[in-house]
Write a protein that binds this ligand. Structure first.
Ligand code: ATP
Ligand code: MG
Length: 406
C-alpha cells in the first residue's frame, strides 16, 4: 500500500511491527501535537522490537543511532524514526548518555525531556498512554521536566533551550521548579556545541513567537550564556524584546540576529556570529546590517549615489526591515523608513546599478597604473554617474581626463 501521508506511513510501520509480535506506539512530539490539534511535523515510533529486528522487517532502513536503538525506516517519500524502548545510562558530558539499555515502555517515557513530550499513542484504538502526567500538563499548558528537573538539565544541557522553544512556540508556561533548575544550570550551556545552540536559537528567533522566546531566554538567564562575551544589560534586553515585537511579519535569522546584536558594535557582532558557528553569509550579513544601520537612519544626509549603492545590495530589504523595527521599538514613527522606501521605489531599476560609463579598460588605455588611484578614479566617476552629475560616455570621459590632469 502506498503511503500518502506521513501518518499513514507511520501506521504502516506500526502495523508491520504488530504483525511480527512487537509492541509499537506513536511517541513523543507527534502525540503532543495530535492532542493539541496541530499537524505533527514528523511521526516517531517507539517499539519493543530491538534494532536488528526492525532492520530485518523493513526493506529500506538506515541505522542512525545504532547505539541508541534508532532506525530510520523509509516508506514512500516519508522517513519514520523507529526507536527501541530504552533507558538512558549516565551522562558524563551533559550531551550524550554514556550507554543505553533497552527497557520497558514506561522507562522509555521517563527518559524523555518534558511531560508533554513523554506520551505514547496506540493507534489501534487511539488510546493515549501517559506514564508521566503529560496530559494534565498539556491541559494546564505547562512545560515540566520529567523526573527531577535539576538532574535532567544536568544530564543534557540542550534541554534548557528546548524548554524555551516549546514554551514560546506553544504559548505555554515553564513550570516554576523546571524554570528554577534551568536558571541554576544556565551557566553550563556553553559546554554544548555552538552548532546546536545556534540551531535552537534559530528555531526560537524565526518563529512568530520570537519575542516571548527571547523573554524566556532572558528570564531563564540562558541569554547570559548564549554567546561568549555578549551580555545584554536589562535595558538592552528589553529593547531587543521591543524590536522582536515590532512586526508580525516573519523575520529571517540574519535580521533577527542583527536585532539581538544591535547594542554591540559590528566587529563584536561579527565575532559573536563566528562563535555561534554561523555561515559566512549570515555572519557577514549581520555585520553589514549593523554597519549600515546608522547610515540608513541618517539617510537624508546621504548622496543619491550612496542610496543607490545601498539599495543595490541583495540584503537591502533586510536592512530596511531592521531600520523599521528599530524605529518602532524606540517609539519613533516609521516615517523615516517609509520615506526612504518611497525614495528607493521611485528609482527605476535600470538606474540603481547601471553599467559604468567608464571602465578599467579606459584607464588602462590611458596608462593609469594599478593601485589606489586607479580604484579611486573609477569610483569617483561611477558615483558621479549614480548622482546624475554625468549622463553620457562623453561626460564621463571628460571627467576622466580632468581627474587625470590633477
Ligand atoms: P518538534 O515538533 O520540534 O520536532 P519534538 O518533540 O518532536 O518537537 P524532537 O527533537 O523531534 O522533538 O524529538 C522527538 C522526541 O524525542 C521528543 O518529543 C522527546 O520525547 C524526545 N527527545 C528529543 N530530544 C530529547 C532530549 N534532549 N532529551 C530527552 N528527550 C528528548
Ligand atoms: Mg519531532
Amino acid at each position: 500500500v502506498k503511503a500518502t501521508t506521513f501518518r499513514s506511513a507511520a501506521e504502516q510501520v506500526i502495523g508491520k511491527l504488530h504483525q511480527a509480535g512487537f509492541s509499537a506506539l506513536l511517541a513523543g512530539g507527534c502525540v503532543r501535537d495530535i492532542l493539541l490539534g496541530i499537524e505533527p511535523k514528523d511521526y516517531d515510533v517507539a517499539t519493543s522490537a530491538p534494532p536488528q529486528s526492525v532492520v530485518k522487517l523493513f526493506r529500506r532502513t538506515e541505522q542512525v543511532g545504532a547505539r541508541f536503538g534508532v532506525v530510520l525506516v523509509r516508506v514512500g517519500r516519508f522517513q519514520v524514526e523507529v526507536a527501541t524502548f530504552r533507558t538512558d545510562g549516565d551522562y558524563q558530558d551533559g550531551r550524550h548518555p554514556d550507554s543505553v539499555e533497552f527497557g520497558s515502555e514506561a522507562e522509555d517515557a521517563k527518559r524523555r525531556d518534558f511531560t508533554i513530550n513523554g506520551m505514547f499513542c496506540d493507534i489501534r484504538d487511539d488510546r493515549i498512554i501517559d506514564h508521566v502526567g503529560g496530559r494534565e500538563d498539556l491541559e494546564r499548558r505547562l512545560i515540566r521536566a520529567i523526573g527531577q528537573p535539576d538532574r535532567r538539565f544536568a544530564e543534557d544541557h540542550l534541554r534548557m533551550l528546548r524548554a524555551v522553544r516549546f514554551a514560546a512556540r506553544l504559548e505555554f508556561t515553564i513550570e516554576p521548579s523546571t524554570m528554577a533548575a534551568i536558571q541554576q544550570h544556565a551557566g553550563e550551556l556553553p559546554s554544548i556545541s555552538a552548532e546546536r545552540i545556534r540551531e535552537e536559537l534559530k528555531t526560537i528567533l524565526t518563529d512568530r513567537h520570537r519575542s516571548p522566546g527571547w523573554r524566556l531566554l532572558v528570564e531563564s538567564r540562558l541569554s547570559d550564556h548564549l554567546i561568549p562575551g555578549i551580555l545584554w544589560n536589562e535595558n538592552e534586553a528589553e529593547s531587543v524584546g521591543h524590536r522582536l515585537d515590532a512586526t508580525n511579519a516573519p523575520l529571517d535569522f540574519m535580521t533577527a540576529l542583527a536585532a539581538l546584536l544591535l547594542p554591540f558594535d559590528p566587529v563584536r557582532a561579527d565575532a559573536a556570529c563566528r562563535s555561534l558557528a554561523c555561515s559566512n553569509q549570515e555572519r557577514k550579513g549581520v555585520r553589514w546590517l549593523l554597519e549600515q544601520l546608522p547610515r540608513v537612519h541618517a539617510w537624508r544626509t546621504l548622496e543619491l549615489a550612496d542610496i543607490k549603492l545601498l539599495s543595490a545590495d541583495d540584503r537591502f530589504d533586510q536592512l530596511l526591515e531592521l531600520m523599521r523595527i528599530d524605529l518602532i521599538a524606540s517609539g519613533s514613527g516609521t516615517e523615516l523608513h517609509d520615506d526612504l522606501k518611497a525614495c528607493c521605489d521611485a528609482i527605476t531599476p535600470d538606474q540603481i546599478a547601471p553599467p559604468p560609463l567608464v571602465t578599467g579598460d579606459d584607464l588602462i588605455t590611458r596608462n593609469v597604473p594599478a593601485g589606489p588611484l586607479f580604484a579611486r578614479t573609477l569610483d569617483a566617476i561611477y558615483r558621479a554617474q549614480l548622482n546624475g552629475d554625468i549622463a553620457s560616455r562623453d561626460d564621463a570621459l571628460a571627467m576622466l581626463e580632468e581627474l587625470l590632469r590633477d
